[in-house]
Design a protein around this ligand. Structure first.
Ligand SMILES: [Fe+2]
Length: 387
């Protein structure tokens, strides 16, 4: 990780030289020098004929670049804003922006990990991340603030939204298209057995993530309670990454099992048979948390050698114990007019038992679409700020 971290567009090159067949770049704003292979620099040339300036699609023919390509001349141009290279084999020129090179040097081309604040009941306290619906929908900057809260905490609330399915749909589609699943797109669920028994009780649901049986589990879920007349029924949330972090700290053997064992899950019925496998805690290439996938009801049969299976069951038991530990759980009563958006790849959700009438609507959004919206909104707000 580089130390100096100028705003991306402020990155400036100071010098470029050939060292051991690599191009070594130094920065005007300090930070360690970065080295790039000449072949990589040619492949990532930003000249018009190498990279489409509108779509950023590669136009250079990677496979015609000589494997022993080497620069004849290296020059810093535009007051440090770009590197120009003249290639020895054919005299052609390449140009690469300093900001691009700085970003790749800092993170190898992968986006920086999102800023997350892991929480438990004590650190979250009573004040949950919340914005007024009117502020969210008033501008792209408002929507970005709300989605940034969801990115940081794994959930956020929107207050003052009309208690209708249509208003909920409009808020969801302000972010992305609603994901269509075997349950339809927007769902609208009324648990009302009042005709049979006014004391109808709907059972508690323990903390879980949805779609463990899906290859691409829904990234986000929105809930909006449109009507409630009864008692109980509080929603519960648990930060799965916080629980994962605790297990990583106190029980490396369990953590290894939860990150390595792919657990199959299935959904069978209504003319479909979905099946997928996910580790309960999935890590990315950097060891950061990518996804929690946990629903013990939907787990399908699998077997490991006896000792591995024993370790897995112990790890599963520890995970289940922590997510059901009240010190990791927050509860909220979703009232008409308050919508909840949460990250289904991070935040486990559940519900207390209730008695009475309840109408809940909701929607799934895909992970990739919400991520896309965040990138677009951030670029928009950045360019607006730049004038
Ligand atoms: Fe669920």
């Amino acid at each position: 990780m580089l130390h100096a971290d100028p705003a991306l567009n402020a990155a400036r090159l100071l010098g470029a030289r050939l060292v051991d067949d690599e191009v070594e770049l130094s920065w005007a704003h300090g930070g360690p020098a970065a080295r790039f292979a000449p072949f990589w620099l040619r492949d990532h040339c930003h000249s018009r004929d190498s990279l489409n300036p509108d779509t950023l699609q590669r136009q250079v023919d990677t496979f015609r670049i000589p494997t022993d390509i080497t620069p004849a001349k290296l020059e810093i141009v535009d007051a440090g804003q770009a590197l120009e290279i003249v290639w020895r084999h054919d005299g052609s020129q390449s140009r690469l922006p300093a900001a691009f090179l700085w970003q790749v040097a800092a993170n190898e081309g992968r986006p920086a990990a999102p800023h997350r604040r892991l929480w438990d009941r004590a650190s979250m306290g009573e004040r949950f991340p919340t914005m007024a619906h009117a502020d969210i929908v008033a501008s792209d900057a408002g929507l970005l603030r709300w989605l940034t809260l969801v990115e940081e905490f794994g959930f956020a609330l929107a207050t003052g939204i009309p208690a209708t399915l249509e208003a909920t749909r409009q808020l969801a589609t302000r972010i992305a298209y609603v994901r269509k699943t075997i349950f339809g797109d927007m769902w609208d669920f009324t648990a009302n057995l009042a005709f049979k028994d006014t004391a109808y009780t709907s059972a508690a649901i323990g903390p879980h993530t949805d779609g463990t049986y899906s290859l691409d589990s829904p990234g986000f879920q929105m809930f909006h309670c449109l009507q409630f007349d009864g008692t109980g029924g509080e929603s519960t949330l648990v930060d799965g990454f916080k629980v994962a972090e605790q297990i990583r700290k106190v029980d490396p053997e369990a953590f290894a099992a939860l990150t390595q064992v792919k657990v199959p899950a299935q959904y069978l019925g209504d003319g479909v048979h979905l099946r997928a496998e996910h580790p309960i805690i999935e890590l990315d290439e950097r060891g950061d948390y990518r996804q929690i996938a946990y629903n013990n009801y939907d787990r399908a049969a699998f077997r490991l050698p006896t000792e591995r299976m024993r370790v897995f069951y112990r790890a599963l038991g520890l995970f289940n114990e922590l997510i059901n530990d009240p010190s990791y759980e927050i509860t909220m009563r979703l009232a008409p007019g308050t919508a909840l958006l949460f990250d289904n790849w991070r935040t486990l959700h559940g519900r207390r038992a209730y008695q009475g009438f309840r109408r809940l609507c909701g929607a799934y959004l895909n992970k990739e679409d919400v991520d896309s919206k965040l990138r677009v909104l951030r670029a928009e707000v950045r360019s607006a700020a730049a004038g």
